[in-house]
Design a protein around this ligand. Structure first.
Ligand code: SF4
Length: 398
């Protein structure tokens, strides 16, 4: 029984140990392995706290996973894969994909940044890019299998560097993947503003297959807090990227991540973040209260913001963003947009689609004998809007 773990949430390790106890009861006579970021973070301590576990393996060691299984088969009950000192990336020939229309392709693993709040460089190791040939082969194979949307993944996709002689950068890779026959949409996540260069916007402008959406995590609107976070850009430098996008040929939907209550964040810093929301007018954002993580430099920082104050700031931020989204979504009423149909809400008699700009649109479509529309691209007229989604009616099949 292999338990894959994520350490991005607060107190993730406690949740993992609780679950491991439950698994133990449910899985008598089974062999247990813990994979992923909590495995990397807690390491061999897992054997002490959960003695029924026989394998602890972080993601940087997945290329050696086959060898580890052989060791387990041979009876070894303390097998580890915990080195992050690696240059290997893994190809993913056996990836399980549950969505038959959208496929994710990892292009780069690990992270060479050292943001003060983030545990990723410790759990995922240094940056390693896959060769462009391997990414392109996988994308072509997926297109041939009928996938029409590709999402390129990495902790920091913008710093992608093809390790082969071709030497492609991220903008080149994006442009080439978008040219593959059968691929109608290409997305990517996550970007780091420092490495988000103008060539990426130019590549997007040149080919509408590259979706009308950029997720550019800012984290704070205060240059002082950005410096404390070690984010490697100022507010002005971030805004330069936003200006490229606002002055581009197409209208791009902009989304971001924000942390409130980072150590040392004053009321004035927080106001700067609110002011940034006014300035950028994001289409959506993910917001979090700062919470400490093991092995991060922010752990040593003093001047912590009280929990109630973090909660207050989060509520104000979310309320402001909600008002922005209500206004921005209402501006789209009357537009006709192309959506990829993702599902059906039987209770409401609506189909669920997603626009190139990543907005969800729930829409009605004339009765068609019960045939599923999932995976099709349709034109939909927007008739109503809410803070988080649009409502519409089918306009035509494209
Ligand atoms: S760039 Fe992203 S993954 Fe890397 S350290 Fe910063 S927050 Fe973490």
């Amino acid at each position: 029984m292999l338990y894959n773990t994520c350490s991005i949430r607060d107190k993730a390790e406690q949740k993992v140990f609780n679950r491991l106890q439950n698994f133990k009861k449910a899985g008598k006579d089974k062999i247990f392995g813990v994979l992923g970021c909590v495995a990397q973070q807690e390491g061999e301590k897992i054997f002490d706290r959960a003695p029924h576990v026989s394998l602890v393996c972080g993601s940087a060691s997945y290329p050696k996973f086959g060898e580890m299984l052989v060791q387990l088969e041979a009876g070894n009950r303390h097998v580890t894969g915990l080195s992050i000192d690696t240059e290997e990336t893994f190809d993913t020939p056996f990836t399980r994909r549950d969505n038959p229309h959208r496929a994710y392709i990892t292009i780069i693993e690990g992270c060479d940044k050292s943001c003060a709040y983030c545990v990723v460089p410790f759990t995922r190791g240094p940056e390693r890019s896959r060769t462009s040939a391997s990414v392109m082969d996988e994308a072509r194979r997926l297109a041939a299998e009928g996938y029409s949307e590709i999402q390129l993944l990495g902790q920091n996709v913008n710093s992608y560097r093809d390790p082969s002689a071709a030497g492609w950068d991220f903008a080149t890779l994006l442009a080439r993947v978008a040219e593959i026959d059968g691929i109608r949409r290409v997305r990517y996540t996550t970007s780091h503003p420092r490495d988000f260069v103008k060539a990426i916007v130019d590549a997007m402008d040149a080919n509408p297959v590259l979706c009308d959406h950029v997720h550019l995590p800012v984290q704070s609107g205060s240059t002082k807090v950005l410096a404390a976070m070690d984010r490697l850009y100022t507010r002005d430098e971030y805004m330069r990227r936003i200006d490229w996008l606002k002055n581009a040929k197409r209208r791009y939907s902009l989304t971001t991540d924000i942390i409130v209550g980072f150590p040392g964040e004053t009321e004035d810093d927080f106001q700067k973040t609110l002011d940034l929301l006014d300035q950028v007018q994001y289409d959506s954002l993910f917001s979090f209260k700062y919470s400490p993580r093991p092995n991060t430099s922010a752990l040593q920082m003093e001047d912590r913001v009280a929990e109630e104050e973090k909660q207050r700031r989060l509520a104000i931020l979310q309320e402001k963003q909600r008002a922005i989204q209500i206004r921005r979504n209402a501006e789209l009423i009357g537009e006709i947009r192309e959506v990829l149909v993702e599902g059906r809400n039987h209770a409401l008699g609506q189909w669920i689609g997603r626009g190139s700009d990543h907005r969800t649109i729930n829409f009605t479509h004339p009765e068609n004998g019960g045939e599923s529309l999932v995976g099709r691209y349709l034109h939909v007229r927007v008739t109503r809007s809410g803070p988080n989604s649009l409502v519409g009616e089918s306009a035509s099949v494209v």
